[in-house]
Structure formats: structure tokens, C-alpha cells
Design a protein around this ligand. Structure first.
Ligand SMILES: [Cu+2]
Length: 141
């Protein structure tokens, strides 16, 4: 993380220098680039972070962050929104300090849970079909 912060500082500094030399016309470029940089670094993830879980309607289960498959997420507290599209599946998240059934088997619909993720590997699964491969993992760093 210190490396990323240093890179952000370096980029910001370089842009500030460029803006000084290039006149006022480049000011819009500067703000766009800074926004992209902060988005890529992911921020502190301690507030208003969100994960999306989805299970069903077929034998599939997944967890997404920012619309993409979650493979590596930062430790912190998340609002986990689970969309359970079938009454034969559930959504269960297991990992360091956590063992949370967000939706039960007969339930179908959307449920939200607040989860605190610590460093390690987390497994999300549908309990009745986990042995058949209806599960996945992501890393918390
Ligand atoms: Cu299932």
C-alpha cells in the first residue's frame, strides 16, 4: 500500500508540474486522471464498501465487486447484497471469523448482510450442492 500511495503522489505531482507549464487548458485532464487513480487503488474499504452475491437460478453461485468476479478484496466491513434466484439454493459465506448463512434454502429474493472480512480465504457456497461444485472462493488481503 505505501508503494501505491507513493505512485499516486508522484502522478499527482507530475500532473501539477505539467499543469503549471502547460497553462490552463490542461486542467480538465488533470482532474480526470486523479479520479481514475484513486478508483484503481481501491481506497480504504472501511466505509460503504459493497459486495454482490448471486445464487441460482441454475446451479451457479458467485460473488462480485464493482460488477466483476471478486477474486481479491481488501479487508474491511462490507454490505453484502445477495440475490437468491431459486428456492432450492442458499447462500453461505465462510471464512476467518465468519460463518454466515445469508439466504436459506426455501428463500427466494434479495437479502442484505453486513460482514466483516479479515485477511484469508473466504468460501461462498450453496450448502446442499457444495459437494457438486456449487461454491467459490475469494482472497481477502
Ligand atoms: Cu444449491
Amino acid at each position: 500500500m505505501p508503494r501505491i500511495a507513493a505512485a499516486v503522489l508522484a502522478v499527482t505531482f507530475a500532473l501539477a508540474l505539467a499543469a503549471c507549464g502547460g497553462g490552463s487548458s490542461s486542467s480538465s485532464d488533470q482532474s480526470t486522471t486523479v479520479e481514475e487513480t484513486s478508483g484503481t487503488s481501491g481506497g480504504d474499504a472501511s466505509t460503504s464498501a459493497e459486495l454482490d452475491g448471486e445464487v441460482g437460478p441454475g446451479f451457479e453461485i458467485e460473488v462480485k465487486q464493482h460488477g466483476e468476479d471478486a477474486e481479491s478484496v481488501s479487508a474491511g466491513t462490507y454490505t453484502l447484497k445477495v440475490e437468491d434466484k431459486s428456492n432450492i439454493h442458499n447462500f453461505h459465506l465462510i471464512g476467518p471469523g465468519l460463518d454466515k448463512v445469508v439466504t436459506e434454502v426455501p428463500f427466494k429474493g434479495e437479502k442484505t448482510a453486513t460482514v466483516t472480512l479479515k485477511k484469508g480465504t473466504y468460501t461462498y457456497q450453496c450448502d446442499p450442492h457444495a459437494s457438486g461444485g456449487m461454491k467459490g472462493t475469494f482472497e481477502v488481503t
